[in-house]
Design a protein around this ligand. Structure first.
Ligand SMILES: [Zn+2]
Length: 669
């Protein structure tokens, strides 16, 4: 989320930058990075028939035709986390959410509707109220995220207090909506819309509206709150009226201002209510200048603000699912392929200064342009997009991407105990992690943060007619009520290189359990069923299918032997990062000079490197291509130390490092 006029490029002038920048990649010759997801799907077959004219020219017609999904995640109500770092992160986040009072989250809405706010202390940062010195034009956005997060927390844990508080907020917001005429609902005045319409500077009104609508949708979908659906329908009717009065050309100009996932939430509403009207409104949020090259499989992403655009692509994915329109499929499919393969760092983070500043596959050059790398919102939204793509084509490589993102960019960007989260996960050598505080930040990533950590049980297990997919090695319990099948996964992975499952059934049940064999393994792993090693295994990057009749007490054990690996920048092979299995390793460069004000609060959304003591980043001489020749295990399970270097460095998983300076990428000769 970029504050307007604060950066080197603005979203509103992105078209000129697009035209200035990128070269079309040679599609067939692309080398995907090892962690990238596949580029499967039907576009290959259609390639010969791709039209020369832009796919999104002319009016877009919506016709409902639901595409059957090949796999779906188990509802989070059926999966519970067991004690682990994931469970810890869930609890730290729950604690942070509990410290924010409903009255404070409603303050700006009540003030905007002319309703009493009592002596409530308003929130700060990006929620700063209208009467404050530095009033935020984005106010209200975090309240929407908070509703989504509360709904997810209720589904994931059964937390009745979280639901009661969010129900109270929905009711409070419904009163504000009534006061404002029954449809429009926001924490800022209608004057913002006049500015948006006139193409005058305004931060991002539809971005904020999307968060509130998505919050209402999640409250309806996950907690059954009917009042939330009514509020959402009112807001959608307002959005219909506001957009219907614009010409197509003018609306396309308006879409130059960040609008979050307005398309997605309207498609979701259309699907939930069976009302095609909402999908037609959603179609008005099709930013054609962005979608056209993607549908033609061209990377024209350079110069774009990253997290303005990922939610639009999630909307495209949803549009494909409810209409079968393959243009939208191709937008989502190609975008994910390109961003995950050609524009992501070793952590799977993407973006720099919130933009894509360089051509594809020039990540070393990209990284040098700023220290504000890898915005957390982008990781959150790319995971969301990955889930859509996997449901169309359950290829385990999507979960290689997912696992690496989770382990390196999500776990480890929430501060233990406080539940404070990061904005940028800087990958600049010498960086350190910076965090929000309790009530003076409310960055975009604080919002996606509370959402992320309220649903860490999502997507561990997926299902289809044939059975279960096990995609993540996270201690948890699956309860497939309909089939009377429970699967308990116990592991300390990645601290231990094995995971174990035990089965409980109501009566013997025939189904397939498909274990993801991660691509980072060197060979097919040993799998034991009821203590006996199976003769069969499966290659890394595939599934091992165990199709049988399951009985209570059945046990599976899968070894996950990890090894050191090197990943070099595609445009500079001497700039290298090291991994142990799926874990990105960070070199610990100490904590000298790191004070609280350099690490926490509204002024440090990324590390202010110039305000920290100068630091020499060691360089390495590698005697072999095999990193295990010179990077040796140290005294704790996932710790390593270089050997034979002029300055030795301790390497530990990035996700375990807090309050320390680090480097991920090194110059290696
Ligand atoms: Zn963000």
């Amino acid at each position: 989320m970029r504050k307007r006029n604060s950066g080197r490029f603005s979203r509103r002038s992105f078209g000129a930058l697009v035209a200035a920048g990128s070269a079309a990649p040679a599609l067939m010759a692309q080398q995907a990075a090892p962690a990238s997801a596949p580029n499967p799907n039907t576009s290959q077959q259609r390639r010969g028939t791709i039209p020369e004219t832009p796919p999104f020219e002319g009016p877009i017609e919506f016709t409902r035709r639901e595409v059957p999904l090949r796999a779906e995640p188990f509802p989070t109500t059926q999966v519970r986390l067991l004690p682990s770092v994931y469970h810890d992160a869930q609890e730290w986040n729950r604690g942070y959410m509990a410290r924010l009072a409903a009255s404070r989250l409603l303050y700006n809405f009540r003030a905007n509707a002319g309703l009493p706010t009592g002596n409530t202390k308003p929130l700060g940062g990006w929620e700063q109220p209208a009467n404050a010195d530095r009033s935020s034009e984005l106010r209200g956005h975090f309240t929407g995220h908070f509703l989504s997060a509360s709904a997810q927390l209720f589904a994931s844990t059964g937390d009745g207090d979280a639901k009661a508080k969010a129900d109270e907020m929905v009711d409070g917001l419904a009163k504000c909506q009534r006061q404002l005429g029954g449809k429009y609902l926001s924490a800022f005045p209608a004057e913002f819309w006049d500015r948006l319409d006139a193409r005058k500077p305004v931060w991002a009104p539809f971005y904020t509206i999307h968060k509130i609508m998505a919050g209402m949708y999640d409250m309806y979908r996950l907690t059954g709150n009917r009042q939330a659906l009514q509020v959402l329908e009112g807001m959608a009717a307002w959005a219909d009226e506001w957009t219907a009065s614009k010409t197509e050309e003018h609306m396309q100009q308006i879409l130059g201002t960040e609008y979050g996932g307005m398309n997605e939430v309207l498609y979701n509403l259309a699907a939930a209510t069976n009302e095609d009207r909402w999908a037609t409104v959603g179609d008005r949020f099709t930013k054609k200048v962005f979608f056209n090259p993607l549908a033609l499989r061209r990377d024209e992403l350079r110069g774009l603000h990253v997290n303005t655009h990922i939610p639009q692509v999630i909307g495209a994915a949803r549009r494909y699912e409810i209409s079968g329109d393959t243009r939208f499929h191709d937008v989502a499919d190609y975008f994910f392929y390109e961003v995950s393969g050609a524009r992501s760092y070793v952590t799977n983070g993407t973006s720099n200064g919130e933009g894509w500043l360089a051509p594809p596959r020039e990540l070393a050059a990209e990284l040098k342009q700023s220290s504000a790398t890898a915005e957390c919102c982008c990781a959150y939204n790319m995971l969301k997009l990955a889930r859509h793509l996997y449901s169309w084509n359950p290829n385990p490589r999507y979960f290689d991407y997912y696992e690496r993102t989770m382990l390196n960019h999500r776990i480890g960007t929430i501060q233990p105990t406080t539940g404070h989260t990061q904005y940028y996960l800087s990958l600049t050598p010498g960086a350190w992690k910076t965090f929000c505080d309790d009530d003076q930040c409310f960055w975009c990533c604080t919002g996606t943060g509370v959402e992320e950590y309220s649903k860490l049980n999502d997507s561990i297990y997926w299902r289809d007619e044939a059975g279960v997919y096990v995609n993540l090695f996270v201690p948890s319990e699956l309860n497939w009520n309909d089939r009377g099948f429970r699967l308990r996964q116990e592991t300390k992975f990645p601290e231990e290189q094995v995971t174990r499952f035990s089965v409980t059934v109501d009566r013997p049940v025939q189904l397939a359990v498909r274990l993801r064999i991660p691509s980072w393994l060197q060979s097919g792993p040993m799998v034991k069923l009821n203590g006996k090693a199976l003769e069969a295994t499966a290659a890394p990057g595939s599934y091992l299918t165990l199709a049988r009749t399951w009985n209570s007490g059945d046990r599976i054990e899968m070894e996950l032997p990890m090894h050191l690996a090197v990943e070099a920048m595609p445009d500079d092979r001497t700039m290298q990062a090291f991994l142990f299995g799926p874990l990105v390793l960070a070199g610990d460069l100490g904590s000298d000079g790191l004070t609280e004000d350099l690490m926490v609060g509204p002024r440090v959304n990324g590390p202010p490197l110039r305000r920290a003591p100068a630091l020499t980043i060691p360089t390495f001489r590698a005697p072999s291509r095999d990193p295990s020749a010179w990077i040796k295990p140290a005294d704790s399970p996932l710790a390593f130390r270089t050997t034979g270097q002029s300055a030795e460095v301790n390497l530990v998983p990035l996700n375990s490092l807090f309050g320390r300076r680090y480097s991920i990428y090194w110059q290696v000769s």
